[in-house]
Design a protein around this ligand. Structure first.
Ligand SMILES: Cc1cc2nc3c(=O)[nH]c(=O)nc-3n(C[C@H](O)[C@H](O)[C@H](O)COP(=O)(O)OP(=O)(O)OC[C@H]3O[C@@H](n4cnc5c(N)ncnc54)[C@H](O)[C@@H]3O)c2cc1C
Length: 526
């Protein structure tokens, strides 16, 4: 039992990097309170990562932050340019590094990757989180102790300013405390995989390098000059750049400026140096990602080298996945066993990505492979009435239908077919929540022209969507949670339809009392 003077929070999130911020944002989006603690009084001002992937931009779009991120990103051609110096960019070779170009992005998604620095991304996420009434954020607060108890976890938090320690009791903890995760060590969880695969220095500097690059604007330049094999990386549209070299850590400022000028191919380039950071990267996964109500996320669960530019994106995706699943459990919409799917579903993606990052040739990869790893099995994008299928996804379930006669499960056909039928229910609230009884996850029904009919599914192992199916729908029904299809059945117009809606741990997911002749798991994805 929590001690009477300890503070209560459903979820404690440790670390305000991309993983912790994404987890707390998803919890808040589902109206689940959380406390996020970050030991630093301010977020890191080192850019570190400089690319938000296609899937990451989809997530920030869902959070309403796409335009803000885009405004801070540089417009680039999504190849790495290999050239002897930046001034020789016109003679350089564009290499495919797995990012989709604008045409490819347009086919796959309502958005596109962004060339934006991590220290521009994090403040936007933090500001967004702070605007939620459900999230409490405490910078300058360090987790110093963690103890399991029968109802969850007790955590000691130390105020960095005063040194005062207090205890918080949480049902669950998200350990997003970075590569040197103290939580992971305290739990005795080992990292498995090669360490020290890549070591080097990144230096932040200001110089007018976009003028040097001219029309050859890329997210990364691989410089092959024999005296300075290195990378030059823009951190956005400004003249703030990163220089990544692999020589020894002891070089002084004068030598660093000399190397940057050599890499740029401009002997008198005005350079203003910022901080340098030494890094040592491995490709490792924690042997397990959870223990006793504590879940590791982001770098705490895995480390990758900078090759492929995936560390930030993996962290963000972990936080999103864990966040919405914790929210479902805390809301009573799914059993705690749902949380097992976090590691089951994220681990293969991370294993693939870590192996790529360990491969000396891992930077150069075809777009098709890397994009499908990035977006995974999320719902296919299709425009309908100015909105993407992804824009129709809300916290809770989203239901898409396809016209039975079409025999097609394409999202466009589904939405258009649905609209053509003009379903009978026109109210914003489906019949299931009338009287406020038995509220389960809200169920948004994707519809033409941006109109949405909301309903509720009753909680418990057998969720009932009686009425909604009866009144609204004919044809295959696909339910999505967190952007992934969790349940699909085929129903005809029927007075009563009930089904077990959510249990990812016991696939297949469609079951219940819909007559067998009227339900069918369909292999194609919407
Ligand atoms: C020099 C460098 C270059 C990089 N380049 C790239 C790149 O090009 N592309 C890419 O994708 N990735 C890159 N990365 C990796 C990327 O920055 C990380 O993968 C990403 O930040 C991981 O996010 P995270 O939220 O898991 O952890 P972090 O961003 O490390 O955040 C963890 C947070 O937890 C806080 N914390 C730790 N312990 C406690 C505690 N006890 N109590 C409270 N708070 C705590 C820390 O202060 C920190 O703010 C780079 C990293 C470095 C260091």
């Amino acid at each position: 039992m929590p001690s009477p003077d300890s503070q209560e929070t459903p979820v404690l999130v440790v670390g305000a990097g991309p993983a912790g911020l994404a987890a707390a944002i998803e919890l808040a989006r589902h109206d689940v309170p959380s406390l996020l603690v970050e030991r630093r009084p301010e977020l890191s001002s080192h850019p570190r990562a400089t690319v938000l992937s296609l899937r990451s931009m989809e997530l920030v779009r869902a959070w309403g932050l796409e335009a803000d991120m885009r405004a801070r990103s540089a417009d680039v051609d999504w190849h790495m340019l290999e050239a002897e110096t930046l001034a020789d960019a016109a003679a350089g070779s564009p290499l495919t590094v797995g990012y989709p170009n604008p045409e490819q992005s347009r086919m796959l998604s309502p958005t596109a990757p962004a060339c934006i620095a991590q220290d521009d991304v994090e403040p936007l996420l933090l500001e967004h989180l702070r605007a939620s009434p459900h999230a409490r954020v405490e910078l300058g607060t360090q987790l110093t102790g963690l103890f399991a108890d029968p109802d969850g976890v007790r955590a000691d938090l130390r105020d960095a300013g005063t040194g005062a320690v207090r205890t918080v009791h949480a049902r669950y903890v998200v350990a997003a405390d970075g590569a040197r995760s103290a939580v992971r060590s305290a739990l005795g969880i080992r990292m498995i995989g090669p360490d020290r695969l890549m070591e080097g220095m990144t230096t932040l500097f200001h110089a007018p390098l976009w003028d040097v690059a001219g029309e050859h604007r890329h997210p990364i330049y691989s410089i092959t000059h024999p005296e300075v094999p290195s990378v030059l990386i823009p951190t956005g549209p400004s003249d703030r750049w990163l220089f990544g070299g692999f020589d020894d850590a002891a070089r002084d400022e004068a030598r660093t400026i000399e190397l940057i000028r050599l890499a740029a191919g401009v002997p008198d380039l005005p350079v203003r140096l910022g901080r340098s950071r030494w890094f040592s990267a491995g490709a490792q996964l924690a042997e397990r990602w959870s223990l006793a109500g504590v879940f590791l996320a982001g770098d705490a669960a895995h480390r990758v080298t900078p090759r492929g530019g995936t560390g930030l994106n993996l962290a963000l995706h972990d936080g999103y996945d864990l966040g919405w699943k914790l929210a479902w459990v805390m809301r009573g919409w799914a059993p705690p066993a749902l949380l097992d799917s976090y590691e089951t579903e994220r681990r293969p993606v991370v294993e693939y990505t870590a192996a790529r990052s360990a491969d000396p040739g891992g930077s150069i990869r075809p777009v098709e492979t890397e994009v499908s790893v990035d977006i995974g099995a999320r719902i296919a994008h299709a425009w309908e009435g100015g909105r993407s299928t992804l824009d129709l996804l809300e916290p809770g379930l989203t239901l898409f239908t396809a016209r039975e006669e079409s025999g097609s499960l394409s999202a466009t056909a589904g939405l258009a077919g649905h609209a053509a039928r003009r379903p009978a229910a026109r109210s914003r609230h489906g019949p299931c929540d009338r009287g406020g009884r038995g509220l389960g996850p809200p169920c948004q029904i994707g519809r033409h022209a941006g109109r949405t009919v909301a309903g509720r599914l009753q909680p418990g192992p057998r969720a009932v969507c009686r009425g909604m199916i009866a009144r609204l729908l004919i044809g295959p029904l696909a339910f999505y949670a967190g952007g992934y299809r969790i349940w699909l059945l085929r129903a005809a117009r029927t007075a009563h339809a009930e089904a077990t809606v959510y249990d990812r741990t016991t696939m297949p997911l469609s079951s219940g009392v819909v007559p067998a002749s009227r339900k069918r798991a369909v292999g194609a994805s919407l």
